[in-house]
Design a protein around this ligand. Structure first.
Ligand SMILES: C[S@@+](CC[C@H](N)C(=O)[O-])C[C@H]1O[C@@H](n2cnc3c(N)ncnc32)[C@H](O)[C@@H]1O
Length: 407
């Protein structure tokens, strides 16, 4: 029996579970990354737990979903993540550039890429990277990377990096690599084996052409009119003042679950990082004691930066530990209370809509799911807004005329 009030996400009439699959503007899809929550979930909590003008913080922002939804809805979105590729994606979403600036850069880079690529030697590139690319494509990737790094405009340079991360590997013609996953960087040993087995060829790609196609898709629905900010700090030590933010919405690294640095090793290579060094910095553990100690320090920091009478939403998992399902929200709730938060409710999420009969089961019956912990600092009642998913659109968006920008 839980000491907390448990709500099933499907029993909330307007919950994110009722949003269409793939809901959210195209900028969300600049690059996929494992372990992310859907834009509809971020939108739901931002609408109910903050108001226009508020500062919304995600201290483990991953690919930047929550800060982007905040900026799209007249809030100031702030994202933080210690993983370099997550920081690049969060920054691209909180500080996007114009479509036309990306196109102009691509045009200006064309002759330079041709000239530089022919002079590049790929002898120094690690073998495991070469598994993914033809020599022709790899030389261009190196040339494009250098040109992007030479840019003085930080936001443009960052946005181009984010676009490159989105095409670096994947299964389609827009991707630069041999057929592979687009959401995580695959193991080179595994790729080498299946390339041999199936006789796949490393494609010859025109990198700038792929980049242009990617940009066209990403900008299709527009960008937020408001700018936010992105940081690359440890979540236990945020570069923010006391009582600076109005809502925290986040999903901490899952206990025992994700290996973010390894999952992004090729993206980190492109950005000039060694995944092993990044791994040392990111939080990852198999020990429930260490997880609790980490989450305690994080919660103290969230409590410090959050204003009074505001909420913190934590998306946590139900994980298997020695064959037993551990509901992380039940574990984290008491730690949050010790720090001074109130536990308002716990939302159990993840049972597919089609499995209606499962809605009536209570938690912990072996069903893998997310558990959302709603904390408040002082008192806070969610705003009485009903979300109509058939009509839920961003309120602060600018759209360039794609044809005009393309000329
Ligand atoms: C569950 S993911 C968050 C995903 C995010 N909600 C999204 O939609 O993309 C947890 C994140 O914590 C980051 N992380 C791990 N250790 C960290 C630390 N000590 N400080 C800040 N971020 C950290 C990881 O890089 C990862 O992106």
């Amino acid at each position: 029996m839980s000491r907390y009030k448990i709500i099933q996400s499907y029993s909330i009439k307007d919950s994110w579970k009722y949003a269409e699959k793939g809901w959210g503007i195209s900028l969300h899809r600049i690059c996929s990354r494992t372990g992310s929550f859907p834009p509809s979930l971020a939108y739901y909590f931002i609408m109910k737990y903050s108001k226009p003008g508020d500062k919304v913080l995600d201290p483990f922002s991953g690919k930047g979903t929550a800060p982007l939804e905040a900026c799209l809805n007249n809030r100031i979105g702030i994202g933080n993540d210690l993983a370099p590729e997550a920081y690049v994606l969060t920054k691209a979403k909180t500080r996007p550039v114009r479509y036309r600036d990306v196109l102009n850069w691509i045009e200006s880079a064309k002759p330079k890429v041709i000239q530089r690529a022919s002079n590049y030697s790929i002898d120094d590139v690690e073998e495991k990277v070469k598994v993914f690319y033809s020599k022709y494509t790899l030389r261009q990737i190196l040339a494009v990377r250098d040109l992007i790094n030479e840019l003085e405009d930080e936001d443009l340079s960052n946005f181009l990096k984010a676009l490159m991360l989105g095409i670096l590997h994947g299964p389609s013609n827009i991707h630069l690599s041999i057929k592979s996953s687009h959401s995580f960087s695959m193991s080179p040993g595994y790729v080498k084996r299946y390339v041999k087995e199936y006789g796949f060829r490393k494609p010859r790609r025109d990198v700038l052409k792929c980049l242009k196609l990617k940009a066209e898709r990403v900008f299709r629905d527009g960008i937020p009119a408001l700018r936010g900010s992105a940081y690359m700090n440890d979540a236990r030590n945020l570069p923010l003042e006391e009582e600076d933010v109005d809502l925290v919405i986040t999903s901490p690294p899952y206990f025992n679950m994700q290996t973010y640095a390894w999952d992004n090793w090729l993206r980190l290579w492109f950005l000039g990082y060694n995944y092993k060094k990044v791994k040392e910095k990111l939080f990852q553990t198999n020990s429930i004691m260490k997880f609790k100690a980490f989450i305690k320090d994080c919660l103290k920091e969230f409590f410090r930066v959050l204003r009074w009478n505001r909420a913190a939403i934590l998306v946590l998992g139900s994980v298997k530990l020695n064959g037993k399902i551990v509901n992380m929200a039940e574990e984290v709730g008491p730690i949050a209370e010790d720090i001074g938060f109130n536990v308002q409710a716990l939302i159990s999420d993840g049972i597919p809509k089609s499995n209606k009969y499962l809605w009536y089961l209570d938690g912990g019956q072996g069903i893998d799911k997310e558990v959302i912990l709603i904390l408040t600092k002082g008192e806070f009642k969610p705003y009485n807004i009903q979300i109509d998913w058939s009509n839920a659109k961003p309120t602060s968006i600018v759209k360039e005329c794609m044809e005009a920008a393309a000329i």
